[in-house]
Design a protein around this ligand. Structure first.
Ligand SMILES: C[S@@+](CC[C@H](N)C(=O)[O-])C[C@H]1O[C@@H](n2cnc3c(N)ncnc32)[C@H](O)[C@@H]1O
Length: 216
């Protein structure tokens, strides 16, 4: 196991089970060195850019669990009016510093208890690698929080790893079953589902993108 994974697991195992506090500890202890953030490579996710490049209109976008802000910055540069939030204050402060020239509304917030005024507000809601990074006991409460944030005709884009064979994983991450993914947007219309591997992935890593649209 490489030292970045070892460090991540050491910090995660140091907090009580089913706590999300380790995210803040990881970002804070990295001291501004991206090397220690295993999911961050300075680029927006390919599945996101591929989907968003097909959307002609612009509007309000919300990036859930924005981490160091790559997806938020991408959307902002494409002309979206972006709000990006993360549970970790250090991550939000760090992202804000990296992308100080972007006009992004950065917020510290918890997906489990979002501001009421965000309900029905966003034309695009983006979740990249959040649900798979949190334990199932929290994930089942977090997943249904996203669809209600959509404005009429708004889209919810979720990206992560797929657990095709419904295997047990020593997460994080915990790849998601197709049934679970489908449950994220159960009351809205699914308009896209893809699964594929990216060029540098291990052979057992399968990724998905699922997109839903709220009808008017
Ligand atoms: C695996 S990282 C992915 C970060 C980013 N989306 C990316 O793709 O680089 C998961 C992120 O979700 C954040 N997070 C976890 N639980 C959260 C919650 N309940 N509300 C908001 N953010 C959360 C973490 O702090 C972390 O930044």
């Amino acid at each position: 196991m490489d030292e970045v994974r070892q460090n991540t697991l050491r910090i995660k195992d140091g907090v009580k089970a089913d706590s999300l506090d380790w995210f803040e500890e990881l970002y804070a202890s990295a001291n501004g060195d991206e090397y220690w953030i295993p999911w961050s490579n300075g680029e927006p996710h390919h599945f996101l850019t591929e989907w968003v490049s097909k959307i002609k209109s612009r509007g309000r976008a919300l990036v859930v669990g924005c981490g160091l802000g790559e997806d938020a910055a991408y959307l902002s540069r494409k002309g979206w009016n972006v709000t990006a939030f993360d549970i970790s204050p250090s991550a939000v402060q760090w992202a804000k510093k990296i992308y100080s020239s972007e006009n992004i509304n950065w917020q510290v917030a918890d997906l489990l208890s979002l501001p009421e005024e965000w309900i029905g507000l966003f034309d695009l809601v983006v979740e990249v690698h959040i649900l798979q990074a949190i334990p199932e006991s929290i994930r089942i409460h977090a997943a249904p929080k996203m669809a209600p944030l959509l404005a009429p005709s708004g889209q919810l884009v979720c990206i992560g790893r797929l657990n095709e064979k419904e295997e047990e994983y020593e997460g994080p991450p915990w790849p998601l079953s197709r049934n679970f993914i489908d449950s994220i947007g159960v009351d809205i219309k699914n308009v896209d589902f893809i699964k594929k591997q990216l060029p540098n992935d291990d052979p057992d890593v399968i990724r998905y993108r699922s997109v839903w649209e709220r009808e008017t």
